[in-house]
Design a protein around this ligand. Structure first.
Ligand code: PLP
Length: 299
């Protein structure tokens, strides 16, 4: 798959100057129009593993607005796999742009009531999955897992990694953040901003992926979810629009807007010492903005 070069945009504003910190944005959103951001990195080793094990079809899980579903649908098609997407909840009357695009890319969608979805996606019952859906290579929801971490580690290969004192990323499953933690050095701080409300299991899930106790240089913040996963209010929309006007960088309302809001709030609160050089990861996800009412965003 062809990947565009990855750029870094510096952010400049009064707050950053006053606090004497540098904040750059790693534009993973620009690497590909469909398999955007961190999803490309997370998927690559699953695809290699599926090929090596001789599978011709992939099966994965996600919600009706999942960036991971679209990315998997696209990557499957590019690599000659059939793809099945198990979607959380009953089939909606009006399909989201995400579901329409996944179908257009050839993914077969199966809708499951939340409870059954929740049990099956945990992957504890591979036999049951095979019985129900046939033989497929299973990619866990959101690409959560060791192959996903391995791919996410390569995000660091795209930059001069020693330069930064802090990395900040949006967190869903924590797979991307774990990859960054793995590939960063002991004197670099790694900061995750959870997109979910009260996701108390997150830290344990990250520990499971990391396979070691989490170091002191690792931070997870749960205060920037704007009342829940994929929830938004006027303040968030206005933040996205102002940010775009000032920087020309578009953010998505589910992950990267909340991450950037959190990063700047942490700057305001003095979390980053003067002299810090912070790299925020723009993990993509802009396709999700299509579910917002037209006209809400200025891009
Ligand atoms: C999926 C996604 C994330 C979450 O990544 P994890 O590895 O699951 O933590 C973050 N940002 C965007 C834009 C995403 O689409």
């Amino acid at each position: 798959m062809h990947i565009n070069p990855i750029g870094i945009d510096p952010l400049d504003n009064e707050l950053l100057r006053r606090k004497k910190v540098q904040l750059d944005i790693l534009r993973l959103d620009e690497i590909h129009p469909v398999v955007s951001g961190n999803k490309w990195f997370k998927l690559q080793y699953y695809l290699i593993d599926a090929t090596e094990k001789g599978y011709d079809s992939l099966l994965t899980f996600g919600g009706a607005y999942s960036n991971h579903i679209v990315a998997t649908a696209y990557a499957a098609r590019q690599h000659g796999f059939k793809a099945t997407g198990i979607i959380r909840g009953e089939a909606p009357k009006i399909w989201s742009p995400t579901l329409l695009e996944a179908t257009a890319l050839g993914m077969e969608l199966i809708f499951l009531p939340r409870k059954i979805f929740g049990t099956l996606k945990r992957n504890d019952f591979p036999e049951e999955l095979e019985q129900r859906f046939g033989k497929h290579y299973i990619i866990p929801e959101g690409g959560y897992g060791k192959p996903g971490v391995r791919g996410a580690q390569e995000i660091m290969d795209t930059i001069k990694p020693r330069y930064y004192t802090h990395f900040v990323a949006a967190v869903g499953t924590g797979t991307t953040l774990t990859g960054i933690l793995q590939s960063s050095k002991n004197d670099q701080q790694v900061v995750g901003i959870s997109a979910m409300k009260n996701n108390h299991g997150l830290e344990a899930e990250i520990r499971h992926l990391y396979e070691k106790p989490l170091p002191e240089r690792f931070y997870l913040f749960h205060d920037y979810h704007f009342d829940g996963f994929a929830k938004y209010n006027e303040a968030l929309i206005s933040f996205i629009n102002t940010f775009y006007l000032n920087s020309s960088v578009p953010l998505d309302f589910v992950y990267t807007a909340k991450m950037m809001y959190g990063a700047l709030d942490l700057v305001k609160k003095g979390f980053f010492p003067a002299g810090s050089s912070i790299l925020t990861i723009h993990s993509g996800g802009l396709q999700g903005n299509r579910s917002l009412k037209e006209g809400l965003l200025r891009f």
